[in-house]
Design a binder for this molecule. Structure first.
Ligand code: NAD
Length: 365
C-alpha cells in the first residue's frame, strides 16, 4: 500500500480503545483510509489489453495505481519499468509469481491472460493474499469458476471480473430503463457483438485449449451480459445454433453463434456473436417503447436512443472507473457489483448454449 498522508498517521496513532469509545469512528477511519491512499495493482500478462487499455487507465485512477507487472517476456520488463516507473522488486515472471505474497506494494492482482490461464493465476494470487480482478470470460468452465471463487473466499480476498460496462453511463442507462421497467415490461431484446477476424491464424483465441471457445466466449459474453443487465433477470433456457463459413480458420472454435434466451418475465433475447461479422448493438423493446445502444460494447463512442430521443452521456474511461470502484470496494469493505459469481453465471449460460448447439434442442440454464 502506498501514498499515505499525515491524516492516516493520525488515525493510526489513535489507540483502538479510543476508537471503540467514539460512536461512528470506524466509519470515519474507513473514510480517511479510502480517501488517503491508493492501492497497488499488478497486471499479469502484458498483451494488448494491458498495454493499450489497462496501463493507460491506471494512470487516470484515483484509488489505485500500476505498482507491478508479471510477464513471461523479459524484454517487456525494461520497457514497462521505464515507462511506468515500476521498481525492479515489483516485477515478476510466471515462475516467481508466488513470492508476490511478500510484496506490500501489491494489493490487487489483475489477471489479463488467455482464458484457460485465468483459473491458475487467480488461485495463485488469492493464495498469495491478494485481491483479484480477472478478465472476462472468467474461465473455460463453470467448474473452474467455482474453484476460483472458493480460493478467493478461503483466502478472504475479493474477486471481481473485468466487466467494465457496469461502470459505463450508456450501459448503466440501459440497466436503469430495463430494470426499473421505465417503458413497461420488456418483450424482446436484440443484441449482437462481433468483428471480422483479420489477425494471426495461430492466435490463442482460435485455440480451444487456451480460449475455451471462439466468438461466443470472447464477444458473446457481452451479449449475455447485455440481456441480463437490461432485463435484470436470469435466463431460464437457451436454444442455439452455429454457423461456420470458414472451417479452416475456425477449426477449433466457434465462428458465429445465434441463440435465443427465454427470461422468466416473458422477454425473449435474440442474440448473436461472431468472429466473422461486424456488429455491436443492444436493443430492448418494451410494452411502452424501445431503448437501444447502436454502439454498445466498445471502449468508447457509445450511441444510445430511446422512444423519446437520443441519450446524452459523456464517454468515460471505463477501465479506470472499473478499477477505481474495485479499489474502493476493498478499502470500504463493500461488495463489488461485478463479482466472480456474475462471471460464473455467464459461463453457466455459455455452457448451456454449447450444449444446445450439440443437442439441437432448447437447454435449461
Ligand atoms: P493478448 O494475446 O494480446 O495478450 C495475452 C498475454 O498473455 C500476452 O502478454 C502473452 O504473452 C501472455 N501469455 C502468457 N502465456 C501465454 C500463452 N500460453 N499463450 C498466449 N499468450 C500467453 O490478449 P488480450 O487481448 O490482452 O486478452 C487477454 C485477456 O483480456 C483475455 O482474457 C481477454 O478476453 C481479455 N480482454 C478483455 C477486454 C475487455 O474489454 N474487458 C478486452 C480485451 C481482452
Amino acid at each position: 500500500m502506498s501514498n499515505f498522508y499525515p491524516r492516516r498517521k493520525f488515525i493510526r496513532n489513535v489507540s483502538l480503545g479510543t476508537l471503540a469509545l467514539v460512536p461512528g469512528i470506524s466509519a470515519i477511519a474507513a473514510y480517511a483510509k479510502s480517501k488517503d491512499k491508493k492501492l497497488g495493482v499488478a497486471l499479469v500478462g502484458l498483451g494488448n489489453y494491458s498495454t493499450h487499455q489497462l496501463a493507460p487507465a491506471l494512470q487516470q485512477c484515483e484509488h489505485c495505481y500500476l505498482a507491478g507487472i508479471v510477464t513471461g517476456t523479459p524484454a517487456k520488463e525494461k520497457i514497462w519499468a521505464e515507462k511506468y516507473s515500476i521498481p525492479q522488486k515489483n516485477i515478476y515472471n510466471y515462475q516467481n509469481f508466488d513470492s508476490i505474497a511478500d510484496n506490500k506494494d501489491i494489493d490487487i492482482v489483475y489477471v489479463v491472460l488467455p482464458v484457460a490461464m485465468h483459473k491458475e493465476y487467480t488461485i495463485r494470487a488469492a493464495r498469495a493474499g491478494k485481491h483479484v480482478i480477472c478478465e472476462k470470460p472468467m474461465a473455460v468452465s463453470v467448474a473452474d469458476c467455482r474453484e476460483m471463487i472458493d480460493a478467493c473466499k478461503k483466502a478472504n480476498k475479493m474477486l471481481s471480473i473485468g466487466y467494465r460496462l457496469h461502470f459505463e453511463p450508456f450501459n448503466m442507462e440501459m440497466m436503469r430503463l430495463g430494470q426499473k421497467r421505465v417503458f413497461g415490461n420488456i418483450i424482446k431484446i436484440n443484441s449482437s457483438n462481433g468483428f471480422i477476424w483479420g489477425g494471426d491464424p495461430n492466435a490463442w483465441r482460435l485455440k480451444k485449449a487456451l480460449a475455451g471457445g471462439g466468438g461466443l466466449m470472447d464477444m458473446g459474453v457481452y451479449v449475455i451480459q447485455g440481456a441480463r443487465y437490461t432485463t435484470g433477470e436470469e435466463p431460464l433456457s437457451v436454444s442455439a445454433r452455429e454457423i461456420k463459413t470458414n472451417p479452416n480458420l475456425f477449426k477449433e472454435v466457434d465462428e458465429t453463434v445465434v441463440w435465443e434466451m427465454k427470461f422468466p418475465g416473458g422477454a425473449i433475447a435474440n442474440c448473436r456473436s461472431s468472429y466473422n461479422e461486424n456488429a455491436n448493438f443492444l436493443r430492448a423493446e418494451a410494452q411502452k417503447g424501445w431503448f437501444e445502444l447502436s454502439e454498445a460494447y466498445r471502449y468508447g463512442g457509445m450511441v444510445g436512443a430511446t422512444t423519446n430521443g437520443s441519450m446524452s452521456f459523456s464517454n468515460i474511461n471505463q477501465q479506470a472507473a472499473q478499477m477505481d470502484d474495485f479499489a474502493q470496494c476493498i478499502m470500504q469493505n463493500k461488495p463489488t457489483r461485478v463479482p466472480g459469481e456474475m462471471g460464473l453465471q455467464d459461463i453457466r449460460i455459455v455452457e448451456a448454449i454449447y450444449r444446445s448447439i450439440v443437442s439441437g434442442k432448447e437447454e435449461r440454464v
